[in-house]
Design a protein. Structure first.
Length: 217
């Protein structure tokens, strides 16, 4: 999604993203569309949502299949009419953004099962990019890991790839969590390496060990 944003005509605009699987249903409207002061208990001030924050740029909704049907209806208006209303407001606002969504599920199957709105599906299914799962691109593991390590370290220092024997173990995994699972592994390695060294950090992270000996010196 970020690559689509950076290569498009809206690259100079903001990039906002949200994991729909981690978004509480009760907070959906507030997070996405924002709210006015007093819109609900605890709303002590107005707050703009992700749609407004992405104005002129890109809004990325990850794991779109996790949105409940009621929230899908609210998202449909944004997609269909290009407008939204902040919670507690009476004024409709125009939405100027590119919307990108991602899913690990077959949305067409979810439509048949009544778990995803057909009208929203057809509105979203304009340009589809199929990304191979991690287990289908294991030859890319070294490059992916180095990129993820650099992101985990904030670009401060280049990472060190896993030793050959550890790379073999990684290629034997099924990776049910896909690239997100790999990113979590890279974060653990990047956190461990300053204390125990890269080689041991890889060994510990891959084995899933918790107790770590201090590195001499």
């Amino acid at each position: 999604a970020r690559a689509v944003h950076e290569e498009g005509r809206r690259s100079a605009g903001p990039f906002s993203s949200v994991d729909c699987g981690a978004l509480a249903e009760s907070l959906f409207e507030s997070e996405l569309f924002g709210h006015e002061r007093g819109a609900f208990t605890g709303a002590v001030g107005a707050r703009r949502g992700l749609v407004a924050a992405a104005s002129g740029g890109t809004l990325f909704l990850d794991e779109i299949e996790n949105l409940p049907l009621a929230q899908q209806a609210k998202l449909l208006r944004l997609v269909q009419e290009r407008e939204f209303r902040a919670l507690g407001s009476e004024r409709m606002r125009r939405a100027d953004l590119r919307l990108v969504v991602a899913t690990n599920e077959n949305l067409a199957d979810l439509v048949v099962r009544g778990l995803f709105r057909a009208d929203l599906f057809y509105r979203l299914d304009v340009l589809r990019i199929a990304v191979p799962s991690l287990r289908d691109r294991l030859d890319d593991l070294p490059e992916l890991l180095l990129d993820l390590l650099a992101r985990s370290a904030g670009g401060d220092a280049p990472g060190v790839p896993p030793p050959p024997e550890q790379l073999v173990r990684l290629r034997q995994r099924s990776w049910p969590g896909n690239v997100r699972e790999l990113a979590n592994l890279a974060e653990r390695v990047a956190a461990l390496a300053p204390a125990v060294g890269w080689e041991h950090a890889w060994r510990v992270a891959i084995a899933g060990q918790r107790a770590l000996p201090a590195r001499p010196g």
